[in-house]
Structure formats: structure tokens, C-alpha cells
Design a protein around this ligand. Structure first.
Ligand code: GH3
Ligand code: MG
Ligand code: MG
Length: 456
């Protein structure tokens, strides 16, 4: 799929020019002639990169950029400011407004296309994560967007790689105070340093004496532990081809010498903010995966997870000729806990019960909350005799230690009943579960607070 670029300029001839050059490189192009139109298009998520003119009547490009970057719905869309001005102060103003880059008119084709392509590619990674993170947002995990918009991009952890100590020290001096900065002057050590240090950003000088800086960038990008670290390349002014090559291999941003301090600070902040946002999205996706398989109240696995995995465990046991035992556990007279002490206390009891289950089983045992106050433990490589001991120990652990309720103000007695069944030859998961369930029924009928093994 080709990326869609939004070109914003109040002069139609400028729009036409950029549109033609981008279309020739197979980008989809949408256009806007003022800031309000541009904001609306971005809000509808109809573009992947914005090329934004600075000088426009009504709302100028700085203001449009600021609004895009402070809106949770649009802050992740990369913005390149395009302007006739070429004062360092304008560049910096644009970058401080949150722009990802700044191009000066007349825009060189190579710089334009390389930059747009690299920003579009980076955005696709974010889009993928955003999509997968969406479900968890629906169920109420902290929004990564809100945090991203509030993030100042300061206090990042940065590694500078430059074999000329004076140059490294200059960059270090500019960043010191705003970030935690380390310097590595031996390029051969740099990759190890980067992998060890969990940096937000690595700043790589492309002018290393006896070492290819781009090779290092490429290694940082492909190594598992540094794959998500941002890379900022620093090149000499006349080294455009190297920079374009850098963008192709995954460098996030670049600077040319002589380095303007404010530009460096602005670019570093943007990269750190992006890195943290992607990290939050990743955590969020991870959390939504965990939430899909765990029970929210007790933190045990949920019924769906159990049902998708128990088949595999049973098959493994059968094919390897190993024993496997299933425990079905139900809290006795739990309804009266709710009726006497309230539903919240009932929940406390369920949570405490889950804690005691976890203490009673091994890592390879699979414990799940099967329904309201019914729990299941599947124990691989465990025969009936051992499982009965474990079940009996759990029963005692519940009955002999009253449960604290009302923040520990009092305690109540809780008991459980357990039915258990060991996997028989040629039995499937449903059959062994059913026998454990029947055993539980007998435990209840025979007076509760007991462990009953199923008949084979
Ligand atoms: P028995 O000894 O026969 O198992 O009796 P019981 O009262 O434990 O069993 P019953 O099935 O009659 O009642 C179970 C109760 O568990 C009813 C239901 O309101 C309560 N319950 C189910 N889920 C939850 C929950 O998430 N929190 C709380 N507090 N109660 C729950
Ligand atoms: Mg203009
Ligand atoms: Mg019960």
C-alpha cells in the first residue's frame, strides 16, 4: 500500500508542484489550501505524512503543527514543514512546534522523497501497534495517546557514538542537563554499549575515522535489544547521499554540522517522545494480550484460556504416557458470604483464595477461575496419589486459616470442596473434567470441606 501524503499550501502552484513530484514516486497525494482543511483531513486519519507550508494567512504552519501535535488523535502523524525561510531560528521554531523535519524551498527531490518515505514507513509501524492497542483502550487501560501528548521528551537516556572526543564532548555539553547522556568513543564497543544500556536514543556520527557509521546504525536497527531505540545521525554538510542511505536503513532523523544547539535539542526531544509513545503502545498491546487470557478479579487464567490449552496438555500427557490430574474446586456456601458480608467482601475472599491456590501449586500447573466461585487446576505429570495430597493440603490451608475481610478488621471461616480425576487411557479433556465434576458433586453431597477422588 502506498503512503498518503497531505500537501498543505495556500499557493495552488506550490501544491501542484509537490503533488506532481510525489505522484511520480507513487505516493497518494491529498491537498489542502489552509490550516483548517489540513486539521480536518488529519483528524479523519486520511493521511500518513503532512508537508506543511509555514506562511499561510489565517493560521500559519507553526500553529497547525502545534495543534496536530497536541491532539491525541493526530499527534502521531509526521509533519514536515516546508518554507522559503532559512533562518536557524525558523527551523527551530518549527521543530519546537513538534515538526519531524524542516525542508527549505526550493526542496531538493532527493531530500524530499527520502524523508517522506522514511517517515511513512515509521508511521506504519506505529499504526499497526495503534490498531492492536485499540481493544485495550476500549476496556479502560491508560491511554498511550494522553501520555504522549503530555510527554515533554526530556530526561531521555542517550548514547553518543563519536570517535573524535572534542566532537562528542560538544554534543554532550549541549544535551547535558536535559538528558542522561553517555559517550562512547570506540565504535567497536558502541553496539555492546547500546545493547547493554537500554537507551532511548543513540546519536551516531557518520564521520567515524576507521569505522562505517551507517553499518553501526544498521546493526542497532536489527539487533533484538536495540531494535526500538531511536537513531539520530550526525553528518557533515556535504554528505547528502550518506544521509539518504541512512534513512533507508532505518535512521530516524539526522543533523548536519555545524550543529545548532537548539535544533539538536528539538530533534532529540521529538525522537524521545516518539520512542516513548511506541514503547507505551507496545506495553499496552502486551497488556491487552494478558487481559484476554486472565481473570481480572483473581489474576488466574480465565476459562477461555483454560479451554483452549487443556486439550494440548491432555494430548501431550497421552502421547508421552505421563499422568495428568484435574482438580475442580468450589467454595462452600459462598452465597452466604455475599449475603452476610456483601458482594465486595465476597470478591476479597475470591482474591485471597486465588493467592492460596497459587501458593499450593507448581509453575507448570495451570490454575484458572472457571466460573463465579468455581476453580480448576490442571496438573501435568501428576498422578492421583500426589494430586490428592496437594488437594488435601489446599483444603487444609483454606479451612485452618480464616480469611481476613474488611481490610483485616475481622476474619471469616471459609471451606472448599474438591473433586479430582486422573486422566485415563483413551480419555479426552471433556471426559476427565466430567468425572472430576461428579466427584465434586459427591464432596458437596457428603457434607463439603472435603476432597473426593473420582472413580476410574
Ligand atoms: P455450595 O456450597 O453448594 O457451593 O453453595 P454456594 O453458595 O457456594 O453455591 P451457589 O452456586 O448457590 O452460589 C454461588 C454464589 O457465588 C452465587 C453468586 O452470587 C456468587 N458469585 C459468583 N461470582 C461472584 C463474584 O465474582 N463475586 C462475588 N462476590 N460473588 C460471586
Ligand atoms: Mg504560503
Ligand atoms: Mg459454592
Amino acid at each position: 500500500m502506498s503512503a498518503r501524503v497531505l500537501v498543505v499550501d495556500d499557493i495552488p502552484a506550490n501544491v501542484k508542484l509537490l503533488e506532481a513530484r510525489l505522484s511520480a514516486e507513487y505516493f497518494d497525494v491529498v491537498t489542502a489550501v489552509n490550516g483548517a482543511q489540513a486539521l480536518a483531513i488529519c483528524e479523519r486519519a486520511e493521511c500518513d505524512v503532512v508537508l506543511l507550508d509555514v506562511m499561510m494567512p489565517d493560521m500559519d504552519g507553526f500553529e497547525v503543527c502545534k495543534r496536530l501535535k497536541s491532539n491525541p488523535a493526530t499527534h502521531h502523524i509526521p509533519v514536515v514543514m516546508v518554507t522559503a525561510l532559512d533562518q536557524p531560528s525558523d527551523r527551530v521554531r518549527g521543530l519546537q512546534a513538534g515538526a519531524d523535519d524542516f525542508l527549505t524551498k526550493p526542496v531538493s527531490d532527493v531530500a524530499l522523497i527520502a524523508r517522506v518515505r522514511s517517515l511513512a514507513r515509521l508511521k506504519m509501524v506505529t499504526d499497526e501497534l495503534r490498531m492492536r492497542a485499540l481493544t485495550s483502550r476500549d476496556i479502560g487501560i491508560e491511554s498511550p495517546e494522553r501520555d504522549a501528548v503530555a510527554d515533554t521528551g526530556l530526561q531521555g537516556k542517550i548514547l553518543i557514538v563519536d570517535d573524535r572526543p572534542a566532537s562528542a564532548e560538544r554534543i554532550h555539553g549541549m544535551l547535558q542537563g536535559s538528558h542522561a547522556v553517555d559517550v562512547e568513543t570506540d565504535p567497536n564497543e558502541a553496539l555492546f554499549r547500546a545493547a547493554e544500556g537500554s537507551y532511548d536514543l543513540v546519536i551516531v556520527s557518520l564521520g567515524l575515522e576507521n569505522f562505517d557509521g551507517l553499518r553501526l546504525c544498521s546493526q542497532v536497527r536489527s539487533l533484538e535489544r536495540t531494535r526500538n531505540t531511536a537513531i539520530l545521525a550526525v553528518a557533515d554538510a556535504d554528505n547528502n547521499t550518506r544521509l539518504v542511505r541512512g534513512l533507508e536503513i532505518g535512521v530516524n532523523d539526522y543533523l548536519t554540522r555545524p550543529i545548532d544547539k537548539n535544533e539538536l535539542l528539538a530533534r532529540v526531544r521529538t525522537q524521545i517522545r516518539k520512542k516513548r509513545y511506541t514503547e507505551r503502545l507496545r506495553d499496552n498491546v502486551q497488556m491487552s494480550i494478558e487481559m484476554a487470557i486472565t481473570d481480572a478479579l483473581t489474576g488466574l487464567f480465565n476459562r477461555r484460556y483454560m479451554e483452549t490449552h487443556v486439550g494440548t496438555l491432555v494430548e501431550q500427557a497421552a502421547s508421552r504416557g505421563k499422568p495428568l490430574t484435574v482438580l475442580v474446586i468450589d467454595i462452600d456456601y459462598f452465597k452466604s458470604v455475599n449475603d452476610t458480608w456483601g458482594h465486595d467482601t465476597g470478591d476479597d475472599v475470591l482474591r485471597e483464595f486465588a493467592v492460596r491456590i497459587k501458593k499450593s501449586i507448581r509453575g507448570i500447573d495451570l490454575a484458572c477461575r472457571y466460573g463465579g466461585e468455581e476453580f480448576v487446576v490442571v496438573m501435568p505429570e501428576t498422578d492421583m496419589a500426589v494430586a490428592t495430597m496437594v488437594a488435601e493440603r489446599l483444603r487444609r490451608r483454606i479451612a485452618s486459616e480464616p480469611f481476613p475481610i474488611q481490610q483485616g478488621a475481622r476474619t471469616i471461616e471459609v471451606t472448599i470442596s474438591i473433586g479430582l480425576a486422573a486422566l485415563e487411557r483413551d480419555e479426552d479433556a471433556a471426559q476427565v473434567f466430567k468425572r472430576a465434576d461428579q466427584a465434586l458433586y459427591r464432596a458437596k453431597r457428603d457434607g463439603r470441606n472435603r476432597v473426593v477422588p473420582a472413580a476410574a
